[in-house]
Design a binder for this molecule. Sequence first.
Ligand code: DHB
Ligand code: MG
Length: 226
Amino acid sequence: MQDPLEIKKYIDKIFTAEEPKLTQARENSRRRGLPNIQISSHMGRLLALLAYLSKARRVLEIGTLGGYSTIYLAKNLPKEAEIITMEIMPGHVQIARENIEAADLACNIAVLEGEASKHLDQMITQKTPPFDFVFIDADKKNYPNYIIKTLQLVRPGSIIVCDNLIPKRGELSQPKHLDENAAAIHHCNQILASHPNLETIVLPANIKNNGLVDAMSISIVKQRTL
Ligand code: DHB
Ligand code: MG
């Protein structure tokens, strides 16, 4: 029988290399007391690859934490690209700005402090140019809200990636028994699976240190919601 933790250990052993600027960002975040919940380096590499392949020039991230995933998103982008990343916790914003500054990236990165929903509403009202790539990794109860708003801020061909689509607790096949966050994630999965403007794949490819399996989704936007 395969054991997910053994598979994780094997992959971690072979694919350990993490660029110094990412190790530095992760360690600084840890030192400064941020929760150790940033994406894994493997998922970071997936983000960097997708942002590069999609030739993204305008990138939106909802949920910055310490900027570890932001650095992955930025690392293969040219200097004319820009990333807007949103974070509600002022302390996190400060640490993210330090980490991003220290990473010395080519493209322009703005860390917006405050509630993402409000920033998104403002962008929708202002008819901001569409984002080519969106990464959602924030408070789980707002995921459906973030997806629906994001669909008004993209173009056909944009990519939307969501982290954490498998709740830690709760019976996925019995949505009535899910807690608030898990219910929102289940709702988000339903939107990703059935929204007419999206085509989505889910990758249950992220094995955590505790042996739990989590998933990221990758969606391609077929049409912007007006
Ligand atoms: C946790 C993990 C995440 O990736 C996240 O975005 C939030 C919380 C966690 O393990 O608690
Ligand atoms: Mg996450």
